[in-house]
Design a binder for this molecule. Sequence first.
Ligand code: GLU
Length: 499
Amino acid sequence: MSTTTNATPVRVRFAPSPTGKLHVGGARTAIYNWAFARANGGTFILRIDDTDPTRSTEENTQVILRAMRWLGLDWDEGPEAGGDYGPYFQTKRMDTYRTAAERLVAEGKAYYCFCTPEKLEADRKAAADRHDSFQGYQRTCRNIDPAEAQARVDAGEAYTIRIKVPDDRGDVVVRDAVHGDVVFNARELDDFIIFRSDGTPTYNFATVVDDAAMGITHIIRGDDHLSNTPRQVMVYEALGAPTPTFAHISMILGSDGKKLSKRHGATSVEEYRDAGYLSDAFVNYLALLGWAPDGESTIISRERLSSEFSLDHVSKNPAIMDPKKLDFINAEYLHALDDQEFADTVLIPQLHAADLEPAGECLHDADWYDLLAAALKPRTTLSPDVVRQARFLYVADDELEYDEKSVKKWLAKQGARAALDAADVALEAIAQDDWTAEKIEAALDPLPEQLGMGKGKVFQPVRVACVGNAVSPGIGETLALLGRDHTLARIARAKELAA
Ligand code: GLU
């Protein structure tokens, strides 16, 4: 594979900040890291970048871990998994950052800066007034004698630590597996801050200290970080650590081409899970949002993803979220389940979640659920669809609500009463033990001809009588599921409404 140019075993990491839920963009980044590790026999590391104390919470960390588990992205090192390079929470690595920064100061690769925010602002303004093309840090403290700087630090003066970008550094070229070579002017990078005056490391510093310490070989992340990368390269160079391969993947946009946000609907993994998407389908969909093994396949199994994923086929163009395609893929996965699996993993959990079945109990036998699964599966795009479709099976006969339009169209019509009467007689002739979809269909089949009416005119009134509306699986399956007594009771009740 062209992106793995050396024999070093692949080590990749996904490093979310627990400042919110796991967003679809983050999920796709995690999927690519996971798949890349798996495809290369490498190690997938989960690291929690929780250095922002105001926005990081333990609760968000748990939400992210849950989302990762739901996505099926098992990590080899990280929270809960442990590993030789821990801890895997940045807040627990503060000493490492401090030691690394002080080492760079001692080696003359970084320095203490005592400039106050007011001084920095005044310098910036002066540079603007003289139309200087460079309005960044003027390197005021770069040449303070190290002994003097240390004395000021020891005396308690406030300071930041800045990296010393070598004067002769020239252009910084980021070799990116997705974007190709991206060139940045080193002077524009500024002698940027690696440690703030409050004693916390900046993102660009902490992330590189960790990535270097953890032996990360490939950094796959959102391209919102591409502009940070030359600064990170400077930190690798200062630390004397090898620079990894970068792969910056595009943003996920809404259908209007704007950054994906609440306005477009669901944005977090949790929301998709709760809406009833299957983990496999969701991972399949997100994986293809910017990567394609062959430009044709829409259904990519987890196995294929984790053996074929390569950075060579990742697009640098923004990916557009397409809810219709996601639904299509989800339906494909649902339809591929066998009836029993569908019953166990989709149908019964959904019925429980909707309180149609009492918690922890199943009201019917396994055959009944298999039959219901077979009837509903082809009509299901999202798991909760089954609830709407099965609800008629869980209401008392005299509480079934009739959809007004269906009544108007099928029951309050000439001939409906005759159809119900004939169905009643035919169905009553079936013994309880023979109450199966096949026998029901065999009993109803001759009625249109006998009555001299079209099939719809005969079967739709029966359907509306038993279901409350005109949409349901085949009439035989529908009535078999409902049971003989309920069917006859509902037909009797509907006769009142029939013309
Ligand atoms: N915590 C950073 C983020 O969530 C990680 C970025 C990176 O992968 O370097 O954006």
